[in-house]
Ligand binder design. Structure first.
Ligand SMILES: Nc1ncnc2c1ncn2[C@@H]1O[C@H](COP(=O)(O)OP(=O)(O)O)[C@@H](O)[C@H]1O
Ligand SMILES: [Mg+2]
Length: 358
């Protein structure tokens, strides 16, 4: 059979560095966010002079460079000094005080965390950090279940700057007044990129990620236009990867406009009014429907409901899809331990809850 005759050879690929399309990839340059990065740096600067830093509240919609701008500044600090410890925590992944402390231990390289309670972990963290100074970035901070850790950091870490990031501009107002009055952050709003900026960022990423000349101009133009329309660079990167994978599937040596148009079908439509699942595959839609009806339930129970509704995927595939939904922000997962079954995951649909409830 000639099944494989027209395909790209096994050593050939349109990608030369696929990692560059990863959402967590930090490029060498973060253009168009210079003034925001300067503001972050200004809050940290006093730490270089052995004084305490200032706190900053960053808000803005998803996919517009809040995380990458802050991580970029942290990287620069790391390059410049050993006296200021950057502590970045994604509070979506680490969504309780205990988990935040565990992650902080991980960041500072403390390994003996087993069987320790929150306060014991914090004792270690505090001792380490108080020998130096620390910059905390608490990303997606509205996703936390409790803010005890923040109170403890505010009270007991001396030389610090605390940067909080969220999509929810009302988060600060919802905060316990004891914490708010101690935090007293300046604020910095990230505005969506304009069309030129969107193009510039995606172009830079395209050059990192793909073999030179592998994109048709009009194919790239559609990606940039869509990303601008959705005001979300992350979705643009997703589209770029999907389009190129599709082109490879077709054994094409170039990503053409038709590949992007095809990939658009797999891009969930993320409109300003909320999430619209119309771009999803049938199977995904079935799953999301079931999660929506049973939001807040355990993953095992959801799987049973899914099977009853005629779902065919095996449990492992089901789980993988749920993980992808989490990444694509359709659902939030809460991994809980305890109870008769040991560890389990609670799956909730985004949109049923207000962001501040996570
Ligand atoms: N100014 C920029 N320069 C380079 N890459 C950017 C820029 N802004 C956003 N990105 C990229 O877009 C994606 C989404 O950005 P991110 O910082 O994660 O968004 P947010 O935190 O606002 O949701 C990331 O892959 C990031 O690297
Ligand atoms: Mg982010």
């Amino acid at each position: 059979m000639a099944l494989f005759r027209d395909m790209l050879g096994s050593g050939e690929s349109l990608f030369r560095n696929e990692i560059a399309l990863d959402y967590s990839f930090i490029p060498k340059l973060v253009p168009y966010r210079e003034s925001e990065q300067r503001q972050v740096a200004a809050c940290i600067k006093p730490l270089f002079q052995q004084r305490s830093g200032r706190n900053l509240f960053i808000c803005g919609s998803p996919g517009i460079g809040k995380t990458v701008a802050c991580r970029h500044v942290l990287n620069e600090i790391e390059e410049q000094t050993d006296d200021i410890i950057p502590v970045y925590v994604n509070c979506w992944q680490h969504n309780s005080s205990f988990k935040v402390f565990l992650e902080m231990c991980n960041v500072i390289g403390y390994k003996f965390t087993q069987n320790k309670r929150s306060d014991e972990l914090f004792m270690v963290i505090k001792q380490m950090l108080n020998k130096k100074a620390a910059v905390f970035v608490f990303d997606e901070i509205d996703k936390l279940q409790d803010y005890d850790f923040l109170y403890m950091v505010l009270e007991e870490v001396y030389k610090k700057a605390i940067i909080t990031i969220t999509n929810d501009r009302n988060w600060l107002a919802s905060l316990d007044s004891r914490i708010r009055s101690r935090l007293m952050p300046e604020s910095c709003e990230f505005k969506p990129y304009n069309s030129e900026e969107t193009k510039g960022i995606l172009k830079q990423r395209m050059e990192y990620a793909f073999v030179p000349g592998s994109w048709d101009d009009d194919a790239f133009a559609v990606v940039a236009e869509k990303a601008f329309e959705m005001q979300d660079i992350r979705r643009g990167l997703f589209l770029m990867r999907q389009a190129a994978l599709h082109a490879e599937e077709r054994a094409s040596r170039k990503v053409a406009k038709e590949h992007v148009l095809h990939a658009l079908g797999s891009l969930d439509d993320f409109s300003a009014s909320g999430k619209d699942s119309s771009g999803l595959e049938e199977e995904d839609r079935l799953m999301l429907d079931i999660i929506r009806k049973n939001s807040g339930q355990k993953i095992g129970d959801l799987y049973r409901a899914y099977q009853e509704a005629g779902g065919k995927a095996v449990y492992r595939t089901f789980q993988r899809r749920i993980d992808r939904f989490e990444k694509d922000r359709y659902v939030v997962l809460d991994r809980v331990s305890g109870g008769a079954e040991g560890k389990t995951t609670i799956v909730s649909i985004v949109g049923d809850k207000k962001l501040t409830e996570f």
